[in-house]
Design a binder for this molecule. Sequence first.
Ligand SMILES: O=P(O)(O)OC[C@H]1O[C@](O)(COP(=O)(O)O)[C@@H](O)[C@@H]1O
Length: 322
Amino acid sequence: MQTASQNLDRVLVLEMVRVTEAAAIAASSLVGRGNEKAADAAAVEAMREALNSLYMDGTVVIGEGERDEAPMLYIGEKVGSAIGSGPKIDIALDPLEGTTITAKAGPNALAVLAIAEEGCLLNAPDVYMDKIAVGPGYPAGVIDLDRTPTQNVEAIAAAKGVRPDQIIACVLDRPRHEKLIAELRGCGCGIMLIPDGDVAAVIATSDPDTTIDVYMGQGGAPEGVLAAAALRCVGGQFKGRLFFRNDDERARAAKWGIADLDKVYDLEDLASGDCIFAATGVTDGSLLEGVKRKGKVMTTESVVMRASSGTVRWVKGEHRLD
Ligand SMILES: O=P(O)(O)OC[C@H]1O[C@](O)(COP(=O)(O)O)[C@@H](O)[C@@H]1O
């Protein structure tokens, strides 16, 4: 029997792309249709079918929700064609990251997936996470959740050898970020406000073409794990701390085995060991082109990255409709 690490090596790297492609293609027929649920359901069903064709004993550790709230790809669901006998793989997934974006035909909707050996992905509860992320090339500790946004911008600017007003931060456009936005503007920092999609936004910090230096603010904790898996592959720094709005959310975290509710998570706490991250664009965005239909062919653009080798593969797919 192959070990999980051999299986990551030999089989799953490129197979991951088929899985995200399938979800992206399924969601693409619902881009701009104003129906978030239908777009998500199409992506979920396609991703599940594709996962079930892979030789592995897979467990969804981050998925569509808990068993009683998600009929498919719920947390704990077993997937793969070799359950009980194949290599044990943990899977964090978001078949459609950006359901509202998709419904409104906005930018940066993705189908995303991260896999790792058993026990290597944080079983993050569905709560918010305070996040800060930068791409590669900075000294360790340049970002710190316990510092103010201004101090973080100043540290990034100093490390980059520029003024704070030459730093661009990306922030989700939400009322809860009013104070953060005001402080960033106060220190002269430029802000790219995005409507949704902070997995793509965190990854964008690693791509100089996007001009985004830092991602800051509160987004979903599950999305934090997915983004951390990607940053582990391309380099960068990430800090995350779970944010609880009530006791029910605290209880949910305890249920998933989170003992220290105030812990600041580094990249390796969220996604450790060898891991693979794959994404396919649903709509055009900073990371990937969206699905396009050209006559009888659908085109996709995907990326698949691996932490142990640092390899990043860009995959253009042509899918014949007939
Ligand atoms: O919309 P909220 O509650 O501010 O949550 C932020 C989260 O929602 C998203 O923007 C989109 O998530 P969905 O695809 O589940 O709608 C994430 O990228 C982000 O982490």
